[in-house]
Design a protein around this ligand. Sequence first.
Ligand code: NDP
Ligand code: GDP
Length: 326
Amino acid sequence: MKTALITGITGQDGAYLARFLLGRGYRVHGLLRRSASADVIGERLRWLGIEREVEMVDADLVDLSSILRAVQVTQPDEVYNLAAQSFVKTSWTQPLLTGQVTGLGAVNMLEAVRLAAPQARFYQASSSEMYGLIQAPIQNETTPFYPRSPYAAAKLYAHWMTVNYRESFGMHASSGILFNHESPLRGIEFVTRKITDGVARIKLGLAKTLALGNLDARRDWGHAADYVRAMWLMMQQETPADYVVATGRTTSVREFCRLAFAHAGLDWEAHVTVDPAFLRPAEVDVLQGDASRARERLGWEPEITLERMVAEMVDADLERLRRRGH
Ligand code: NDP
Ligand code: GDP
């Protein structure tokens, strides 16, 4: 039986990855940081019905001693470093924390693995945000980076440190440059989930309008369930490498709104307003990925279309609000 250690297991990708690995017979450990709120473990893992199957270990990414202990105790075959301050907008109000968790935190994990489980395979959650002000219309593994936020700059540091540990110490360390991926478990502050939650509220008569920022921004949106499969495939390769994971299709926030409102039988233009409070100091206008390497070397293809994902997200938000009795 293989053992995996997932940082960020309480997040969107951590939950889907845990379910995927459990389904393949893995023993799954997850890092859990202390919180004063009782229910932090619960929500996403419970939604997937796996909260009793994962084993939690108490640690925080910024505390190297706790990370080292977590790796020592669990002795993983595979380590997935998914923990991060992952919201781009917050990275301007908390740039140092973002640097500590998203940047240095990854190096804490690399150090802990190098010292306590050097044979373990390591996955780093890199991001298409690293392309920022894009240097090519379609981005692949050789496209130069141009980060546009403290988040992207921190991810870039973590990305290059992953490459460096692979080259310096011969570690089996891979970096997945994942384009945006969403699901019913996406954090509510991200635009897709904000939209599907807004649609559900308007549909149920709980709200009349939804305020957004830049409707012209375009993203290459995939489904988290497809993307965690790519992470695992990278860990199964004999040779570690970096991979772009993307659908190859780019869609505007405006078009995402149209699809989501239409799924609930609503006209988006009657409800969406623009509020400058949701604009960013520097914007990433458009992202579109080329996942040829992942397709050729990993045999990976996305299976869930944008339309199917939008429908799933709107339906899940309607169900959540109805269950809660609004
Ligand atoms: P989420 O924001 O949903 O999850 C982040 C996770 O990190 C949570 O489990 C959170 O724990 C944990 N975390 C935050 N700070 C710490 C800390 N100091 N110590 C330990 N754990 C911590 O992110 P996603 O699941 O969406 O993304 C997973 C990873 O992939 C992230 O690194 C993200 O930046 C990256 N990524 C995501 C993309 C996407 O589109 N989703 C695209 C490209 C990269 P808690 O629950 O306690 O807050
Ligand atoms: P990101 O790509 O990691 O920053 O993911 P987000 O989902 O947070 O944002 C995607 C794009 O949607 C960005 O270009 C945002 O500027 C744009 N956007 C437009 N309105 C909003 C909004 O109200 N909230 C968020 N989070 N993003 C918005």
